[in-house]
Write a protein that binds this ligand. Structure first.
Ligand code: ATP
Ligand code: MG
Length: 403
């Protein structure tokens, strides 16, 4: 793509209301635009990142047998009354129509998927089943000042699994932990599996996936041996001896990028989702729920991976693999060759922009590999990785063979 044609532009000044690193950098680099607190538009660069993150999540969910669906965002009030959450969920957005019917805007989808499952799950032969969607969610968050980390409208992957026994659910839950760690690592983040309460979903426990960063809104108690508890439920505190290894427990600031829940039979009981087992006996279906905040994850990547000059995207989620900067009037041929060979490249072909500004914009946008064509480079191209200082002179063939 030619940068001269890119819809968004970089900016040296912060967007008004940008109170977090991710909001500031993503807005200045032209990935997002804030419509109002907690509500963002994704510009072409931002949409590419969101799609890449979504596709990683999709691949890993397909890998554990998930089937992708798409559920409505507009929900009837009755379903939320059935589970008791019309009144108990503080972040639920409620809408009244012109004919005075009441609706909820989905903050999560148990109230839709369990009644749906009731139409297709009857016998043990229909189980297990695993369904997911990547869809916009709405939550009436009191404070939405952390950029993509806390949206009032945001993108989530939610998967729901249905099982004939609690043991089968527990086995799947463990598989999901592994899949989640893989997703976060592909996104360039090290996630810590943290014990937490079940929130509004369940009285039982849940597991959060927490990423360490100084600007995180969560606090966890952590020991590298693998002990981790969210401060809100923790029986221990910083400085205590770790119950697993005896070393001192540390306190970390973190962002919750994912959360998985063993819902047991709470929702199958509410909607009477039952199945007949192999002996003809009727039983409630056991349900698990597994969420990842896709847009929050994009914000978390920026919080963790940036420097004073801008964003440092990990390879797998970067909007482009290469950022080609022409500092002379040359470059078109190289760009054409790269495009022809299927290399993902953003070409800074802007004519009225200085070399210094192009370099600064490239650091701000954060594409992992920068290629520079200048008078100095002759027939070669200068390659610099965004997260390294070293500069190498290479030929276009090297770029093509690296693809
Ligand atoms: P929090 O404690 O941060 O408010 P939560 O525990 O209520 O989040 P869950 O119901 O567990 O959130 O939702 C699943 C995932 O969706 C979270 O792990 C997080 O990644 C993401 N998420 C939740 N709320 C938001 C939000 N307001 N904006 C962006 N992502 C969110
Ligand atoms: Mg949570």
């Amino acid at each position: 793509m030619r940068q001269s044609k890119l819809f968004s532009k970089t900016s040296k000044t912060s967007e008004s209301g940008a109170k977090s690193v991710n909001h500031d950098l993503l807005a200045r680099a032209g990935f997002v635009d804030q419509l109002m607190a907690g509500v963002y538009s994704y510009l072409p660069l931002g949409q590419r990142v969101l799609d890449k993150v979504s596709n990683i999540v999709r691949q890993e969910m397909d890998e554990v047998g998930g089937q992708e669906i798409s559920l409505p965002a507009l929900h009837p009030k009755e379903n939320w009354e059935t589970t008791g959450r019309w009144d108990s969920m503080d972040v639920l957005f409620k809408i009244i129509s012109q004919s005075k019917s009441e609706y909820a805007l989905g903050p999560t989808h148990e109230e839709v998927i369990v009644p749906l499952a009731k139409k297709f799950i009857f016998s043990y032969r229909d189980l297990p089943a695993s369904l997911y969607q990547i869809q916009v969610k709405f939550r009436d968050e009191l404070r939405a000042k952390a950029g993509l980390l806390r949206g009032r409208e945001f993108l989530m992957k939610d998967l729901y699994s249905f099982h004939a026994s609690h043991q089968d659910l527990k086995d799947y839950y463990e598989k999901m932990k592994t899949a989640y760690l893989k997703i976060f690592s592909r996104c360039g983040l090290k996630a810590i599996i943290t014990e937490a309460s079940g929130g509004s979903f369940t009285k039982e426990y849940s597991h959060e996936f927490q990423v360490e960063t100084p600007n995180g809104e969560d606090t966890i108690f952590y020991c590298p041996c693998s002990f981790a508890q969210n401060k809100e439920i923790a029986k221990h505190k910083a400085g205590d001896k770790c119950p697993d290894c005896g070393k001192k427990i540390q306190e970390l600031k973190t962002i919750e990028v994912g959360n998985i829940f063993d819902l047991g039979t709470k929702f199958s009981n509410d909607f009477k989702l039952t199945f007949t087992d192999d002996k003809g006996k009727e039983d409630l279906v056991a349900i698990g729920c597994y969420g990842i905040g896709i847009s929050r994850l994009m914000g978390a990547i920026v919080e963790v991976r940036h420097d004073k000059d801008g964003i440092i995207w990990p390879e797998e989620v970067a909007p482009f693999d290469y950022h080609l900067l022409s500092l002379t009037d040359k470059g078109e041929e190289v760009y054409d060759d790269l495009v022809k060979a299927g290399v993902s490249v953003l070409w800074d072909d802007r004519e009225d922009v200085s070399a210094g500004e192009k370099m600064a914009d490239s650091d701000l946008i954060g594409i992992p590999n920068r290629l520079v064509i200048s008078k100095k480079t002759g027939d070669k191209i200068e390659l610099k990785k965004r997260d390294e200082e070293d500069v190498k002179l290479i030929s276009i063939k090297d770029v093509l063979s690296d693809k």
